[in-house]
Design a protein around this ligand. Sequence first.
Ligand SMILES: NC(=O)c1ccc[n+]([C@@H]2O[C@H](COP(=O)([O-])OP(=O)(O)OC[C@H]3O[C@@H](n4cnc5c(N)ncnc54)[C@H](OP(=O)(O)O)[C@@H]3O)[C@@H](O)[C@H]2O)c1
Length: 246
Amino acid sequence: MRLVILGATSAIAEATARLYAAEGAAILLVGRNDQRLSAMANDLRERGARLAETTVCDLVSEPDVMARLEEFAALAGGIDHFLIAYGVMGLQGEAEKDPAAADAVLRVNFNSVAAWSLAAAAYFERERRGTLLVIGSVAGDRGRRANYVYGAAKAGVAAFVEGIAHRFADTGPRALLIKPGPTDTPMTRGMAGRGMLWSSPEQIAAIIYRQARKARGPVVYAPWFWRYVMLIIRNLPVRVFNRMDI
Ligand SMILES: NC(=O)c1ccc[n+]([C@@H]2O[C@H](COP(=O)([O-])OP(=O)(O)OC[C@H]3O[C@@H](n4cnc5c(N)ncnc54)[C@H](OP(=O)(O)O)[C@@H]3O)[C@@H](O)[C@H]2O)c1
């Protein structure tokens, strides 16, 4: 197993990498923070990773994603699973006042993810095997006043990954979108109201790790019950939805 992770220092990505390390995988960690990546690589080697390499990359401003992905493949000795885990929540209030702030959130969460997904799809198509794993969000299922800029980017990513899965249909490679519900990570630090519906990064990681090999459809909710929660939320009449503070 050879895994490449974009945004490896994310809490969900780190928990996922530990599961791959335990099975002796070769792992390439890609992110912006060299020190944190190196510390993580040491930890993964101790946990059993056959290889844990790091490479520094600002994933939004990489000018040639196709060429860079080939470099990642060379460093990892090939790619079986390619996990896109980075993201930013951004500040909704700021994005509403400043189109540049909205654009920054859209570029991190949608445009750049789309570019890396296309690069990975081309690589896997050529190899005739491999799995693209992208972390979306339940926030993409219905626009809410609290975070619709981030949510719109995640909705775009959902359509994009479903499209790649359709492109791959009946061929070797696979594409999978994982949609977590609220998860206790640095991204949500400061958000109020942690309750029963919240998950830990380890819970989401276990779902990613398991479903990367098992999932039949292109979309996995994490945990599973979010599929039904979002089914209800998507189907609430506008009158009811508008009165809700969610
Ligand atoms: N937490 C939740 O409630 C939740 C729910 C649903 C979906 N998700 C999604 O899950 C994924 C992982 O999020 P998380 O909660 O684990 O967040 P996190 O711990 O805050 O990690 C976010 C990561 O994204 C990286 N990143 C952001 N912009 C980058 C860039 N331009 N280049 C390289 N790396 C960049 C950050 O790197 P730096 O450390 O260098 O800033 C950080 O490692 C994201 O796609 C997020 O949208 C999260």
